[in-house]
Design a protein around this ligand. Sequence first.
Ligand code: PLP
Length: 435
Amino acid sequence: LRRPRWTGLASVPESAQAAPAWHADGLAHVWLPYAQMKTAAPPLPVAATRGSRIVLADGRELVDGVASWWTACHGYNHPHIAAAVARQLATMPHVMLGGLLHEPAARLATRLAALLPGDLDRVFFTDSGSVAVEVAMKMAVQYWINSGVRGRTKFVAFRGGYHGDTTGTMAVCDPDEGMHRLFHGLLPEQFIADLPCDDESTAALDRLLGERADEVAGIIVEPLVQGAGGMLFHDAAVLQRLRAAADKHGTLLIFDEVFTGFGRTGTMFACAQAGVVPDILTLSKALTGGTMPLAATVASRRVFEAFWSDDPMHALMHGPTFMGNPLACAAANASLDLFAREPRLAQVAAIAAQLTEQLAPCRDLPGVVDVRVRGAIGAVELETIDIPALKARFVEAGVYVRPFGRIVYLTPAFTIGEADLARLTGAIVRVLGTR
Ligand code: PLP
C-alpha cells in the first residue's frame, strides 16, 4: 500500500507527530470529498470531540470554529442527546417508516409543525440536506402534475446559491461553480435565473416570471444567508418580494433552511425574520444537534393536499430506507428539548456581539475585502486565499477554522463560551494579519 506521509506541524514535538496506524491505512482507502489533490495536506487524525473542541489523535485540542459544518449547535457530546440516543438504541434502533410509524418520528413531526410558521405541518423525513432539497424539488414538480398542470419542471434559483450535491440539487446550485459544465448531460436543466439574491433582482425576477412562469415549478432560496456560496447576506425584504412574486405568478416558494434552521441567524428559523411562510421548507444540519444524519422537507397544507388522493400515481415518489430513523429522531427531539430549556437564542445574540467587536480589526488588514456578521455567523472575505497554508496556521494557533472559497467562516457552537470564542477570533486576526 502506498502510505501518504503524515506532515505534522512544526510546533508539535516530533514524538507527537506520528499519525496512528489507522490514519495511514485509512488514507489509502477512504475517498474524501472535494480538493483531494496530491499536494493537499492530509486530513487531521481526530480521536474525539468534547464541548466546542476537537481532540486530535496526538492529544491536542482544537477549538472548532465551524461546529462540524454548522451542525453541532449545542456543542459536541451533549449528555441530554447522548442519553436519548442510548435509550432509543436499547428499544428500537431502526424500522422503516411506511406501513409503520414510530413515536420518535411522530413526536418530532408534531413538534416541528408547532415550531414552524403558518400551515407548514406535513413533515417528510430523509437523511441529508441534499436529499431534503431533492425531495422538495420533486414535491414541487409533482405538485403541479397532480394539480393537472403540465410543463412546470424548472426552478428559479440564485447566483451564490448552494443546495446540495445530488444531481437534482446541483442543477439549482450557482452555475458558475463549474458543476454545470462538468456534469453536462447528467444534470437536469432546471436552473433558470442567474440573479444575485438582492432587491434589484426581485424586479428582474418579476419580469422573468411574467414571461416564463408556466415553466416554473418553484423559486428556491436560502433565506437571509447564502451559506456555502460565500456567506452572502440579504435583507428580509427580499424574501417578502419573492413571496409576492410567487403569489402573483402562481408558483411555489421553497426556503432551504438546511443551514439557517435552528437558530443560526438569530431566530429559530430565518423565515421568521421576514414574516414569510414558504410553501415548502427544508431542514437538516442542526436538526439533531449535529449528532445523527436526519433531514426534513416540510410542506404546507396546500402542497400536501395535492398528494392526498386515491390515485397511487399521486403519491410522492420517494421513500428512502432510513427515512426518519428512530435514533436520529430521538436525537432531534432531545435537541429541541435543549432549545426549549436553555438560552440558545440569547447565546446566538451574545456571539453576534462578540464576533462584531472582535472581528472588527480584520477590516484594516491587507487583503481583506469584507467582514460580515449575522447571528452566530462570521465571515471574513479575502482577495486571495491559500487554503492549505491558512488551515495549517490555524491548527498551529489551536483552532479548527476551515477556509472555503475566498471566505474564512466562523460558525461556532452556540455554547462555545466567551473564552473559546475569543481564542478563535484572536487566531483569525493574528493569522490573517501575518499572511
Ligand atoms: N442546503 C444548504 C443550504 C446547505 O448549506 C447544504 C450543505 O451545506 C445542503 C443543502 C446540503 O446538505 P448535506 O450536506 O447534508 O447534503
